[in-house]
Design a protein around this ligand. Structure first.
Ligand code: ATP
Ligand code: MG
Length: 229
């Protein structure tokens, strides 16, 4: 594994990514509800915390602590000891939470292995078509710039999740936030639902890897490769 990768622990996804998440960039995960974005973030976060590094987790959906209990198993207390969780309730609080997380990652007193924002576009989506839309886009753009700079400065991988909307043109599922979010993210993964617990991850954009896809399965023990290995 190259030194600049954080393995996800899901063999198929790590193969797709050439060893894991790039550590100095923002990775965007987008896909419809239930496609496994939150579970993926928690799975990688639990892995980082088990190795003793800190996870800075901005949770705008208010679900991760409960979910963490299910991925943490008997290690839960040890994992929680390495988690700094914030749960902003609106776009303004999200901005403060991201600024605080970036400051912590940069000051280096707690060796940080991962920064997660799940979801980055939840509150922004609520502002669409309202008078606040432009301000919300500007706020989100500033947050993204800060996350990009932090990942680069400290080699802290950043995971952002993003929801989708259905294009009226051809019915395809498109990420919310459009091009400015897609430019900030150097790696983009689309999560697709398949039958039962199966999910596909499509590599849409990467600096150094060809496009491709991988499958995983959601289980009660976490996420497992579904591509033989
Ligand atoms: P959203 O955009 O709504 O936040 P998401 O992409 O974050 O969605 P997750 O919450 O990560 O999606 O995925 C939840 C999915 O995982 C649901 O479809 C749920 O049924 C499924 N799931 C959870 N636990 C299990 C399990 N033990 N076995 C199979 N499927 C499970
Ligand atoms: Mg989610």
């Amino acid at each position: 594994m190259p030194p600049d990768r954080l393995p996800t622990g899901i063999a198929s996804v790590d193969r797709l990514l050439g060893g894991g998440l790039e550590t100095d960039v923002v990775t965007e995960l987008y896909g419809e509800g239930g496609s496994g974005k939150t579970l993926f973030c928690l799975d990688v976060a639990a892995r980082v915390a088990r190795e003793g590094r800190w996870v800075l987790y901005v949770d705008t959906e208010g679900v991760s602590l409960e979910r963490l209990r299910s991925v943490g198993g008997s290690d839960l207390d040890r994992l929680l000891g390495r988690f700094l969780l914030s749960a902003p309730k609106d776009l303004e609080e999200q901005g403060r939470a991201i600024a605080a997380a970036c400051a912590l990652a940069r000051d280096g007193r707690r060796p940080t292995g991962l920064l997660v924002v799940d979801s980055a576009t939840n509150f922004y989506r609520l502002s669409l078509s309202s008078p606040e839309e432009d301000d919300a886009r500007e706020a989100l753009a500033l947050e993204l710039a800060e996350l990009v700079a932090t990942a680069r400065a400290r080699a802290v991988p950043v995971l952002l999740t993003n929801q989708v909307w259905r294009s009226p043109k051809d019915g395809s599922l498109e990420p919310i936030g459009g091009s400015f979010l897609n430019h900030a993210a150097k790696t983009i993964l689309r999560f697709d639902r398949r039958e039962g617990p199966l999910r596909t991850v499509v590599l849409v954009k990467h600096r150094a890897r060809p496009e491709g896809s991988a499958s995983f399965r959601i289980t009660s023990r976490g996420l497992e490769s579904a591509d033989g290995g």
